[in-house]
Design a protein around this ligand. Structure first.
Ligand code: DUT
Ligand code: MG
Length: 596
C-alpha cells in the first residue's frame, strides 16, 4: 500500500465550502443574518423587563406610574411578547435555511465525489481502500454538512450574542460592563491551547473510523474466505479491537476538553459572582439602577454561554477540519490516465490491429519492472494467445491495451494510432474485456450480459449467451434470464460466472476482444464449443486470449509465450512445436496428462 503524500489544495477549506454553496450563497447569508437578528432579539426580554422594573415595580414612583400610565405597562408587555414570538419565527426559518443549504452542499459534494471516484484509474483503486473511500463519502461528508448546518451557526450565534450584549452592557454602564468582561480574553487563550491539543486527536479519530470501516467492509465482502478458514472468531476479535480502539480514541478526544473545561467553566461561573459583588456595590452607591441590575443579571448568560460553547465549537471545527481534508483529497484528485487534450474523436469501429512497440511496464508501487521490451503485432481479425506461468505479466500486458495503466517505456498502438491519442471512452467502448476475477452485479442475468450496451434486446442477449455456451444452463434456471444473481454473482458456479462474463464482453460487439483466463473454470468440452463459437462471430473482431490450455491456443494465429515479463517464444502452433522449447514441453505435458 502506497502512503499518500500530504496534498496541497488549491483552495482553503472555507473557500472550498463556499464554492460548493453556489446557488445557495445568498440564502446562506440571509440565514447568517437571521442568526444575528434573533440573537439581538434575545436582548428585548431583559431590556423590557428592565424598563418595567424601573418604571412600575422598583422606582419611587412605581405605584403612581402604574396607575397613571398603565397603557405603557401593557405596551411594553405586548412588545415583549411580540418580539419573543418573532424571534421564534426567525429561529424556525433560520434552522430551515441552514438545513436546506447543508443538504444541498452534501448532495452536491457527494455526487461530485462519486463521479471523481468512478473516473479514477487503477492506481487510485490500489492506493485507497474501499472502507476508507466509503468513510469519506459518508462520515467525513457528514462532518462537512455539520459544519454548514451547525458549527458556523453556533460561531455566529456565540459571537453575535457576545458582541451585542457586550455593546449593550457598555451602553448601560461601562464600569459594570468592564468588570464583567475583563476576564473573557482568558477564555480565548484557553480555547487556543485546547485547539492545539485536540486537532491531532481528530485526525487520529478519523483514521480509526476508516480502519474500522475497512475491516467491516473487507470482512463482509470476503465472508466466504472467512468461513472457509473458520476464522470468524479471529475476525470478530479483530473488529472488536478496531471498535474498541475507535471508542477509546473517542473517549480520549472528549477527555481533552475535560482538561480545559474546568477553567472555562470557572470563568463562566465567576460572572454571577462579579455581578453580585460589583453590581451590589454600584447599586448601593447609586451608580446602577435596579432596572439596569435586572437587565445585567438577566443577560449574564449571554456572555457566559458563548464562552462555554467555545470548546464545543472548536471541537466540531477540528472534526470538520480533519474530515474535510479527506474529502478534499478526493475532490481535487485527478486520474493520471485521462484524455489527452488533443485526443481526436474516434466513434467508429477499429480495424483491430494491435501493436506493442518495445513496451516496458512497472507498477507505481512495485520495485521491479513486470514487462520488458514487449514487441508484437496482431493483424485485424486475428487471434493471439498469450501463455506463461503465473505471475509472468500476462494480465499486466493486456491491461495496457484499454489504457488501464500507462507503459513506462514504449508504445501500444491500435490501428497504427498510439492508444493515448484516443479518447478513453472511444477506446474502451471498442474493447470487450472478460477479466480474470469475474465480477457480476446483483442484477438479472440478462441485465448482467447487457451491461455494456443496455439497448440490446433479449433475443440478442440469448445469442451472446449461446456464443459463450451459457444458454443451456441459463434456460435450465427456473427464471431463466430473469434470474437475479447475488452480489458478485453469488448463486452461480465459477464456470457459469465466467461464461456470463464472456457473454457480457461479446455483447458490446467489440472490435477487440480480450479474454483473461476466461475459460479456465469450464470443462474441456464446453471450452471447445466456446472456441468454435468465437471463430464464427457475426462481427469482425481481433481476439487476445490468455489461456493455459493447449486446446485453446492451438488454433490461434499467433502464440506468445512469456517468462518473467519477457516474450520468450512467438509463432503459431506448428512453429513453436518445431522450436522444441517451453511451448513444446507444455504440449507434451498436457497431452501426456490427457492420455492418462
Ligand atoms: N503486480 C503488481 N501490482 C498489481 C498487479 C500485479 O505489482 O497490481 C505484479 C505481480 C506479479 C506481476 O506484477 O509479479 C505480474 O502480474 P500479472 O497479474 O500480470 O501476472 P499474470 O501473468 O497475469 O499471472 P496469473 O497467471 O496468475 O494471472
Ligand atoms: Mg493474470
Amino acid at each position: 500500500m502506497k502512503v499518500k503524500k500530504e496534498t496541497l489544495f488549491p483552495k482553503t477549506k472555507i473557500q472550498w465550502l463556499w464554492e460548493n454553496m453556489k446557488g445557495r450563497r445568498v440564502l446562506y447569508v440571509i440565514g447568517m443574518l437571521g442568526t444575528v437578528v434573533y440573537n439581538i432579539l434575545q436582548l428585548t426580554v431583559p431590556y423590557y423587563s428592565g424598563r418595567i422594573v424601573d418604571l412600575f415595580l422598583s422606582g419611587a414612583d412605581a405605584w403612581k406610574n402604574m396607575r397613571t400610565n398603565s397603557g405603557l405597562f401593557y405596551h411594553l408587555l405586548i412588545l415583549m411578547i411580540v418580539f419573543t414570538v418573532l424571534r421564534g419565527v426567525i429561529v424556525y426559518g433560520d434552522c430551515m435555511i441552514y438545513e436546506h443549504v447543508s443538504q444541498t452542499v452534501l448532495y452536491r459534494v457527494r455526487n461530485f465525489l462519486y463521479d471523481k471516484i468512478q473516473r479514477q484509474d487503477m492506481t487510485f483503486y490500489s492506493t485507497y481502500r474501499t472502507g476508507d473511500l466509503m468513510t469519506r463519502v459518508t462520515g467525513d461528508l457528514d462532518a462537512v454538512r455539520h459544519m454548514v448546518a451547525w458549527v458556523i451557526r453556533m460561531v455566529i450565534e456565540s459571537f453575535s450574542l457576545f458582541g451585542v450584549v457586550a455593546i449593550y452592557f457598555f451602553y448601560m454602564n461601562w464600569k459594570m460592563a468592564l468588570s464583567l468582561l475583563i476576564i473573557s480574553p482568558f477564555v480565548f487563550f484557553i480555547i487556543y491551547l485546547f485547539k492545539n491539543k485536540v486537532a491531532p486527536m481528530h485526525a487520529k479519530l478519523r483514521e480509526k473510523l476508516a480502519q474500522m470501516n475497512t475491516y467491516a467492509q473487507e470482512n463482509i465482502s470476503g465472508n466466504r474466505v472467512v468461513k472457509a478458514f473458520a476464522r470468524e472468531a479471529y475476525e470478530i476479535e479483530k473488529f472488536d479491537r478496531a471498535n474498541k480502539d475507535y471508542a477509546e480514541t473517542n473517549k480520549e478526544t472528549s477527555m481533552v476538553w475535560l482538561k480545559f473545561f474546568p477553567y472555562v467553566e470557572s470563568i463562566a461561573n465567576l460572572m454571577p459572582v462579579v455581578m453580585l459583588a460589583v453590581g451590589g456595590v454600584f447599586l448601593i452607591r447609586g451608580e446602577l439602577t435596579m432596572g439596569d441590575y435586572v437587565a445585567f443579571s438577566g443577560l449574564i448568560w449571554a456572555i457566559a454561554n458563548p464562552m462555554r460553547q467555545m470548546g464545543n465549537i472548536m471541537n466540531e471545527f477540528q472534526r470538520f477540519s480533519a474530515a474535510s481534508k479527506k474529502v478534499m483529497e478526493i475532490y481535487y484528485s485527478e486520474p493520471q490516465i485521462k484524455d489527452a487534450l488533443d485526443a481526436a474523436a474516434h466513434p467508429n469501429r477499429f480495424d483491430g490491429k494491435i501493436e506493442f512497440r518495445e513496451v516496458s511496464f512497472q507498477y507505481e508501487d512495485g520495485d521491479l519492472p513486470v514487462l520488458h521490451d514487449i514487441s508484437f503485432t496482431v493483424k485485424p481479425g486475428e487471434t493471439i494467445a498469450i501463455m506463461g506461468e503465473t505471475g509472468c505479466g500476462k494480465t499486466s500486458l493486456i491491461n495496457l491495451i484499454p489504457r488501464f495503466y500507462e507503459p513506462t517505456k514504449g508504445e501500444v498502438r491500435i490501428d497504427d494510432i498510439p492508444v493515448q491519442n484516443f479518447r478513453l471512452s472511444d477506446l474502451r467502448k471498442q474493447i470487450g474485456l472478460a477479466t480474470q476475477d469475474v465480477l457480476l452485479y446483483s442484477d438479472t442475468i440478462e441485465g448482467n450480459i447487457a451491461y455494456g450496451d443496455s439497448s440490446i434486446d433479449l433475443e440478442e442477449v440469448e445469442k451472446f449467451a449461446k456464443y459463450s455456451a451459457a444458454s443451456d444452463f441459463i434456460s435450465k434456471m427456473p427464471e431463466g434470464y430473469d434470474t437475479v444473481v447475488g452480489e458478485r454473482g453469488a448463486g452461480l458456479s465459477g464456470g457459469q460466472k465466467q461464461r456470463i462474463s464472456l457473454a457480457r464482453a461479446l455483447a458490446v460487439r467489440p472490435s477487440i476482444l480480450i479474454l483473461d483466463d476466461t475459460t479456465s473454470a469450464v470443462d474441456m468440452e464446453t471450452e471447445k464449443q466456446i472456441q468454435e463459437a468465437l471463430r464464427h462471430l457475426d462481427f469482425s473482431c481481433t481476439k487476445v486470449i490468455i489461456a493455459q490450455r493447449i486446446s485453446t491456443t492451438m488454433m490461434a494465429d499467433k502464440i506468445l509465450v512469456m517468462q518473467h515479463g519477457r516474450i520468450t517464444e512467438m509463432g503459431n502452433h506448428e512453429e513453436l512445436m518445431a522450436k522444441k522449447g517451453y511451448y513444446y514441453e507444455l504440449v507434451q505435458l498436457q497431452t501426456g496428462e490427457d492420455l492418462v
